[in-house]
Design a protein around this ligand. Structure first.
Ligand SMILES: [Zn+2]
Ligand SMILES: [Zn+2]
Length: 470
C-alpha cells in the first residue's frame, strides 16, 4: 500500500546548491545567500503582498498534486517560487523523452542515464531544490492516488487533479467532497487550457463528476469487457499551454488558500492562440453518482494496515452489533477471461485491475458461457475475507472507510493507524551550511554537476527497490 519510507532528511538541497556554487563565483554566491538570510519575509515577498497574497498562508500551506505530468510540473514550479511549504505529489508513471519539453523538473541528463525515473519523484526532487519556502517539505508516492486512500489527502488545504485517468479524477472528486477539501481540476489539449474549481463547502455545489457522469472510479467493470482496449494515442501538447495551465491552477490554489474562490463552480476554457476564453457555470446533478456526501466525523482505530480485517471487527464490535466493513473499492475475487469466459482468480481491489484478464491457455480453448465478475464490497465478520490483511483489501495506512452496524444500519467512519510518512516518501532539506568558508575541494559543493547529481541519486536510491506496484 503506502511506500512506508518514513521521514527522511536528504542531501538533495546541498547537492543542488553545490551545483550552483560550482558554477558561479563562490564569493558572489555567498553574498546572495547571506543577503537572503538577513532578509526578512517582507522584502522577499513585497510584490506578492501588494498583489494581496498573505505569505503566512503560503508558509503553512499543504497542497496535494495528483498526476505529475506537464501540468503538475508547471503548477509546482509556480507554487515553489510562491513559497508554498508542503507539496504532496502522486503518480505511478515514469518519465519519457517526449515529456521533457513541457516539464521543468524532468531533466534530460537524468533520463540519459538510462534509469527509470518516476515522475512523482523527479517533481519532488526538483520542487525541494527550487522552493522558496523556509523549510520546504515535499512528499511523493509512486502510486495511483486511489490506491493511497483518503488518508493521503488528510491535512491538505487544496487538492489539484491533474491526472490522466478519468477514473482517478472521479475518485478525487468524491474524496475531496468527503473530506471537504477544495479541488482544482486542470487539463489541456492542443492550444486549449481548461480549469475548474470546486470549493467543496456545501452539499448542493457541483462536483467534477456531475459533468462527467460516465467516469467511474473503479478499475475493472462491465465496461472493461465492452470496450476494446485502445492504445493510448498521442495528443498535441506544448509548453506554452502547459505553462498557462500551471499559472491558472497555481493562482486558483493560492486564492483557495486565502479562502477565496473567484472561479468556484465554474469551468474556464482558454485558447492561448486565439485568446478566446469561455467561462461556464457548472450545475450540480441531483443524481450525481458521487453522492456529494461529506464526512462529519472520523474515528481513529488502533488497527494497522498489516493486521487482518478481523481486528476491525474485534475493535468496533464493542460498540457496534454485527459490524459490516464497507471496502472503499470492490475487492475482485475472480473475473472471467475476456476471450473464453473461464474463471480467473484476481484477489485484488478493483482499482488495481485495469483491464479485463485473459487466461494463458486461451487460444485453442472453446469459448464458454462467461463466469461472473465476482467482487465484494461489504464484508461481515463471518466472511472468508475477514482473515485477509487490510492492506491486501485495499486499506493501507491511515485508510478511511465505513463500518455499518448490521442491526441498526448506523454507519460510522474510521481511520486506520498510520501517518503521512507511512503513505509518502518525505524529502526535506538538510540544514544549509551558510557559514562555510570557501568551498572545500572534497565537499559535494565542489562536485561537478554530474557528480552532484549522482550523489543526489545515491541519497534516495535506497527507496526505489521496494517501491510498491499498484
Ligand atoms: Zn457531483
Ligand atoms: Zn481464456
Amino acid at each position: 500500500m503506502g511506500t512506508g519510507k518514513g521521514a527522511e532528511t536528504t542531501a538533495v538541497d546541498d547537492e543542488r546548491w553545490g551545483i550552483l556554487r560550482a558554477n558561479r563565483s563562490p564569493a558572489l554566491w555567498r553574498q546572495v545567500e547571506d543577503g537572503m538570510q538577513s532578509m526578512n519575509g517582507s522584502d522577499m515577498w513585497s510584490r506578492e503582498k501588494l498583489a494581496g497574497y498573505d505569505p503566512e498562508k503560503l508558509r503553512n500551506a499543504i497542497l496535494a498534486l495528483d498526476g505529475a505530468g506537464a501540468a503538475c510540473n508547471n503548477i509546482a514550479f509556480n507554487l515553489c517560487l510562491s513559497g508554498v511549504r508542503e507539496l504532496r505529489v502522486v503518480d505511478f508513471d515514469t518519465v519519457e523523452v517526449s515529456n521533457l519539453t513541457r516539464s521543468y523538473f524532468f531533466k534530460k541528463e537524468r533520463l540519459a542515464e538510462g534509469k527509470k525515473r518516476y515522475k512523482a519523484r523527479e517533481v519532488a526532487i526538483g520542487a525541494l531544490t527550487l522552493s522558496y519556502a523556509e523549510d520546504p517539505i515535499v512528499r511523493y508516492a509512486v502510486a495511483r492516488v486511489e490506491a493511497l486512500g483518503l488518508g493521503a489527502l488528510l491535512g491538505a488545504k487544496v487538492v489539484v487533479s491533474a491526472v490522466d485517468s478519468f477514473g482517478s479524477r472521479a475518485w478525487l472528486a468524491k474524496a475531496t467532497r468527503l473530506l471537504r477539501i477544495p479541488m482544482i481540476e486542470v487539463g489541456f489539449t492542443a492550444s486549449q487550457a481548461h480549469l475548474s474549481v470546486y470549493p467543496n463547502k456545501a452539499e448542493d455545489e457541483p462536483c467534477w463528476r456531475c459533468a462527467h457522469p460516465n467516469a467511474e472510479p473503479e478499475g475493472i467493470s462491465c465496461t472493461a469487457y465492452a470496450r476494446a482496449v485502445v492504445e493510448q494515442g498521442m495528443s498535441p501538447a506544448t509548453q506554452t499551454v502547459a505553462a498557462t495551465v500551471g499559472a491558472l491552477a497555481a493562482e486558483a490554489c493560492i486564492q483557495a488558500l486565502h479562502g477565496e474562490f473567484p472561479l468556484g463552480g465554474k469551468l474556464l476554457v482558454l485558447d492561448i492562440r486565439t485568446g478566446k476564453s469561455t467561462t461556464i457555470n457548472l450545475t450540480a446533478d441531483p443524481e450525481c453518482a458521487n453522492g456529494h456526501r461529506s464526512l462529519a466525523r472520523i474515528d481513529d482505530l488502533d488497527v494497522s494496515a498489516d493486521e487482518p480485517l478481523r481486528r476491525v471487527f474485534e475493535v468496533t464490535g464493542a460498540e457496534m452489533s454485527s459490524p459490516i466493513a464497507h471496502l472503499p473499492f470492490p475487492f475482485v475475487i475472480e473475473a472471467p477471461c475476456v476471450n473464453c469466459g473461464a474463471r480467473i482468480p484476481i484477489m485484488q481491489p478493483a482499482y488495481a485491475v485495469r483491464e479485463a484478464p485473459c487466461c494463458k491457455q486461451c487460444p485453442g480453448s472453446p469459448p464458454k458461457a462467461p463466469a461472473p465478475l465476482n467482487s465484494v464490497s461489504l464484508v461481515a465478520a463471518d466472511s472468508r475475507l475477514a482473515t485477509t490483511r487490510l492492506k491486501k483489501l485495499g486499506l493501507g495506512p491511515s485508510a478511511i472507510f465505513d463500518v455499518e452496524d448490521g442491526v441498526s444500519g448506523e454507519i460510522r467512519t474510521f481511520r486506520l493507524a498510520g501517518t503521512t510518512d507511512d503513505i509518502y516518501t518525505t524529502l526535506r532539506r538538510k540544514e544549509r551550511r551558510v557559514s562555510d568558508a570557501a568551498p572545500d575541494a572534497s565537499s559535494p559543493a565542489d562536485a561537478s554537476a554530474a557528480e552532484a547529481d549522482a550523489a543526489l541519486d545515491a541519497v534516495i536510491e535506497a527507496d526505489e527497490h521496494d517501491l510498491p506496484c499498484f
